[in-house]
Ligand binder design. Structure first.
Ligand code: SF4
Length: 381
């Protein structure tokens, strides 16, 4: 039985009662198996089938008793997001439009680099936080993603990867603010880092936030030990508040205090992302202030010239100013790296995910990139 059959062959009301297996941690799946009259370890076996063998057909799960396979077919679903459309950048970055069970659409990105393949995944459909340099913010928030929809993106992207290629890193830098959907994101991270499941080392998973201070504290207390990235992009409250309204709620002092208290494992650093906009936040004074702000925090800074769009009111900093900014930071004793944009020609770069065609927003001219339609979205459980 294929995944679509598992998810769609029953009527909508029956389907609504099905348990999406991807939304459950291993412990929850063990409890669910017990609730179906099976031993807990059967749940662990199902967990391994889902993530280690990436199985989508319980009928083929050979170490699961026939009767339990029948229960799975009757009462469960595997709600992987469906590939709707793919665009391929000149640099090899691949952006996917994914369809969710209720018809909502999100975007995820696969970024190949020499020795790694990074899945950039979304935590919300749209975003409510309205950062001035981000196209996702223009969409508004549609809804939070469930844990299965977050985990499912990784499975769907892995399925789309070239033969033999394995997703090696995960970044929650797609659509949405992960800490605004903390419960579902936390559960998804527990699944993704479970050695009996996908088994991603926390060192290879990065959560990026604009700085929701209570969420940073909850992440610290969770013990998940994934990497933390903070989108900063401003060096005074007045400046950052104009670019990122969230700063009015959690100003720099509170944000950086939470970063100082963050329990970093040995040899790890917090990453600060700084989007450089021409004559907005890229002065020598900004660079000097930034080095002072970050004093006492084990960190590195990624400098990202703005990904330009006709929909945004800012321009990227010219290369000369970017390099001058970096030099000032180095002189102030802070490691700063200039990050090259990936997938800009297909609007897959940082801050550019926005389902343009779905939102009625203009797509950028993109003659060199490949685009193709894929499956029709399947109903989820
Ligand atoms: S940068 Fe992140 S938090 Fe800000 S609008 Fe974009 S998706 Fe939302």
């Amino acid at each position: 039985m294929g995944q679509a059959a598992l998810g769609t062959r029953q009527g909508a009301s029956r389907a609504a009662a099905r348990q999406d297996l991807l939304g459950l941690t291993r412990q929850e799946l063990e409890a669910w198996a017990e609730a179906q009259g099976e031993a807990a370890y059967r749940g662990r076996q199902v967990f391994k089938w889902l993530y280690q063998k990436r199985g989508s057909d319980p009928g083929a799960w050979s170490n699961i008793p026939r009767a339990f396979r029948g229960v799975l077919a009757e009462r469960a679903a595997i709600g992987r997001p469906a590939l709707v459309r793919e665009e391929v950048s000149r640099d090899g970055t691949r952006k996917f439009l994914l369809g969710l069970g209720d018809g909502e659409r999100i975007e995820s990105v696969l970024i190949p680099d020499e020795d790694r393949l990074t899945a950039c995944i979304s935590s919300q459909a749209g975003c409510a936080l309205e950062c001035g340099f981000c196209l996702t913010g223009l969409m508004g928030l549609k809804r939070n993603l469930g844990p299965g929809e977050i985990v499912g993106q990784v499975l769907t992207l892995q399925g789309a990867a070239a033969p033999g290629a394995r997703v090696s890193h995960i970044v929650l830098m797609g659509m949405g603010e992960p800490l605004a959907n903390f419960g579902n994101v936390e559960r998804a991270l527990r699944i993704l880092t479970d050695p009996d499941g996908p088994g991603f080392s926390p060192r290879r998973v990065t959560l990026s936030t604009v700085g929701l201070v209570p969420g940073i504290r909850r992440l610290a207390a969770s013990g998940l030990q994934v990497n933390l990235a903070i989108s900063l992009s401003g060096t005074t409250d007045e400046q950052r508040g104009r670019l990122m309204p969230v700063n009015r709620r959690y100003p720099l002092e509170a944000l950086l205090a939470a970063c100082r208290e963050y329990p970093l494992p040995p040899r790890r650093r917090i990453t600060f992302e700084y989007v450089l906009m021409d004559r907005v936040n890229d002065s020598a004074e900004d660079a000097r202030r930034l080095t002072v702000l970050l004093r006492g925090i084990r960190c590195k800074v990624n400098l990202l010239p703005l990904n330009e769009s006709p929909l945004l009111p800012f321009r990227p900093s010219p290369r000369q100013r970017v390099e001058a900014f970096q030099k000032t930071m180095h002189e102030g004793g802070v490691t700063a790296t200039i990050r090259e944009s990936r997938g800009h020609d297909i609007s897959a770069a940082c801050g550019m995910l926005h389902n343009a065609s779905e939102q009625g927003l203009p797509l950028e001219a993109n003659p060199a990139s490949g685009e193709k339609a894929l499956d029709t979205p399947q109903a989820s459980p």
